[in-house]
Ligand binder design. Structure first.
Ligand code: SAH
Length: 243
């Protein structure tokens, strides 16, 4: 079977609109983005065509402060304010691929940050619920996602270590901040057949873990060492972890 392509209906910014869309023929970053996908992502072994198409489509520069836009397609995390970072493009691609999305899923993202990961997910899943503890980041992410017409995304402000019971269960849960252990509410909100991907370990270095709810119970797999900002909350680190 050919791979199912992303949810192009959500790619409204590719359509003609009264306001000039961010991603258009004259996008000055189009080539840099293409190089990012080939050199940082395909070269390191991410081959899911839907994931690659989403990474090619989402204008990463739109999620960065003006003065950092020219660095948007570099092989690195970047600061987004409130002492937080937008993740390295390869890690976004890898974690997204692990979720194995086909287009029908409901996905929870803990740690919205800039909103970039949420935009990528919005092209690959049916509904996306990103949750962010910093109101300022959440508000900014909401605005960028709205400008890009990501209409299947609803950004929530709060402590994502509790998950988001109101919309549970989730087929996919992605945590983009490092947890000291797997928050139990996230496991509880994982649907049968669902996948949870998250960094677990110390405050400054973690192992990327994948949890799957199978008919035989929960399965856990380790993927690769990673380095995320801490997950702060009731089922995460205390907020003086970096003090
Ligand atoms: N996915 C983001 C990058 C995340 S950086 C992007 O694409 O830009 C990690 C984010 O997790 C930070 O914004 C931080 O504020 C947030 N965070 C940390 N602990 C959290 C919690 N308990 N609930 C929700 N967000 C949290």
């Amino acid at each position: 079977m050919p791979p199912r392509m992303p949810n192009w209906r959500a790619l409204n910014w590719l359509r003609p609109s009264p306001e000039p869309p961010i991603h258009e023929a004259g996008d000055p970053f189009a080539m840099a983005r293409e190089r990012m996908v080939e050199e940082q992502i395909v070269a390191r072994g991410v081959h899911d065509e839907r994931v690659l198409a989403a990474l090619r489509a989402v204008p990463r520069h739109a999620f960065l402060p003006e003065h950092l836009r020219h660095e948007a397609y570099l092989d690195t995390p970047l600061p987004i304010g409130s002492h937080q970072t937008i993740s390295q493009p390869y890690i976004v691609a890898l974690m997204t691929e692990v979720l194995g999305l086909e287009g029908d899923e409901r996905v929870l993202e803990v740690g919205t940050g800039s909103g970039y990961q949420a935009a990528v997910l919005s092209l690959l899943a049916h509904e996306v619920f990103p949750i962010e503890r910093h109101a300022e980041l959440a508000t900014n992410a909401r605005q960028v996602l709205a400008r890009l017409h990501c209409s299947n995304v609803e950004v929530v402000i709060g402590d994502g270590t509790f998950g988001l019971a109101g919309h549970a269960p989730y087929n996919g849960i992605i945590v983009t901040a490092g947890a000291p252990h797997v928050p139990q509410p996230l496991l509880d909100q994982l649907a049968p057949g669902g996948t949870l991907v998250l960094p677990v370990g110390e405050a400054t270095s973690q192992m990327l873990e994948v949890w799957r709810r199978t008919s035989a119970g929960l399965e856990r797999k380790e993927v690769t060492p990673v380095c995320f900002v801490p997950l702060i909350g009731e089922h995460g680190w205390r907020d003086d972890v970096c003090a």
